[in-house]
Write a protein that binds this ligand. Structure first.
Ligand code: FNR
Length: 361
């Protein structure tokens, strides 16, 4: 005999959003390191610039960011998270950085859930706001997701490892490539193929580019670990599975290499670095490896929810991030992102070994 009220599918989905936040707050990054310790920039002892004139702004998706940073997709889809999105969007607007919303599937199913996403556009009317759907979303639904928040781009999250870790996850991925190509053909804004923490190999990047993808968020391993999050939701701990994936430094090198190999000289792949990027130093290394913009999710969420004055804590974190970028630009004598991107970097240790075995120069 059942005791208590029956939980509907909607309750279960809404609970899942809250579980993800709770688990993300309690888990450490990893267990695979993000790889940036193995990436070293070369110090310049004799710079000839004024560090106060360094320009770290970047033009992205037709707008200008004051620094190359996005708050990556986190949440939406239940009234309990509306305030999280509202506060993050307010911070993004003030800092002049971009923000993505979490998966909009809930609002596509139930218009009552739209508000939890729309607050992001309301709080950030002129900045970069990015929509987010799963790879099975039909074109008309994806367009609704874009219109819901007047998005500047659409992230399509490629989260196969998470689905396989979830008891209730999808098991059939046959239509992902074909549907992704459809979304690129018919959506009115750029489509970003986005991993969520297991990375993109160069072979996958090549397949994505063949499908028409021109924006890849590499979502490497080393930060928020969705396999671990799903395992904890099931009361499990599976070390081997949780160590699955390509680290962020490695996936950046792989994807950047595939772009140089795969595209014509007049075509361009825009790479977004994410997965365990926790400070400006690591973001700087990601730009030296070929990324245009860095994106962070877990660390921002932790700052927002783990302290009594969460909003101020995120603002301070972003300001430190900005200062770290300026120092790394100064110490490499780079007056802007374009000059910084030309900086040589050394690749050591495990990342070097991985790339050597993969034949990536
Ligand atoms: C996420 N992430 C995510 N990504 C996505 O594309 N759609 C989503 O709905 C969510 N939901 C979500 C919830 C929570 C609580 C977190 C912490 C993250 C993944 C996120 O955008 C990012 O790809 C990964 O978290 C890796 O980056 P970090 O967290 O290591 O900086």
């Amino acid at each position: 005999m059942r005791t208590g009220p029956r939980r509907t599918r909607v309750d279960i989905r809404q609970q899942r959003k809250l579980d993800h936040i709770r688990q993300a707050l309690s888990l450490e990054d990893g267990p695979i390191p993000n790889g940036f310790k193995d990436v070293r920039l070369i110090h310049e002892a004799l710079p000839n610039l004024d560090s106060r004139d360094i320009d770290i702004s970047v033009s992205f998706l037709g707008k200008t960011l004051t620094m190359p940073l996005l708050i990556n997709a986190i949440t939406g889809g239940t009234p309990q998270v509306t305030d999280i999105n509202r506060r993050l969007a307010r911070i993004a607007a003030k800092a002049g950085i971009g923000i993505a919303v979490g998966s909009q599937a809930a609002a596509l199913r139930d218009p009552a859930m739209r508000e939890s996403y729309q607050v992001v556009r309301e709080e950030n009317p002129d900045g970069i706001v990015i929509a987010n759907v799963n790879p099975n979303t039909p074109v008309d639904q994806a367009i609704k997701a874009i219109e819901m928040i007047q998005a500047d781009a659409l992230q399509v999250h490629l989260n196969v490892a998470q689905e396989m870790a979830m008891a209730e996850g999808d098991r059939d991925f046959r239509h992902w490539p074909e549907n992704l190509a459809e979304l690129i053909r018919h959506c009115p804004v750029p489509v970003i193929a986005k991993e969520v923490g297991n990375g993109v190999s160069f072979e996958t990047a090549e397949r994505l580019m063949e499908l028409g993808v021109r924006y890849i968020d590499v979502g490497g391993a080393g930060g928020t670990n969705f396999i671990a999050i799903e395992m904890r939701r099931r009361g499990l701990e599976l070390q081997e599975f949780e160590a699955w994936g390509i680290s962020s430094a490695v996936t950046l090198a792989e994807v950047a290499w595939s772009a140089s190999d795969c595209l014509r000289s007049d075509e361009k792949l825009t790479i977004i670095a994410s997965g365990g990027i926790r400070n400006g130093w690591e973001a700087a290394k990601s730009f030296a490896l070929g990324a245009k913009v860095a994106a962070v999710a877990g660390s921002v969420l932790k700052h927002l929810l783990s302290s009594s004055d969460g909003e101020q804590s995120v603002v301070k974190y972003i300001e430190e991030f900005r200062q770290e970028l300026i120092v790394s630009f100064t110490l490499t004598n780079s007056s802007n992102l374009d000059t910084f991107a030309q900086q040589p970097c050394l690749i050591l240790g495990e990342v070097k070994e991985w790339l050597e075995q993969r034949g990536i120069p």
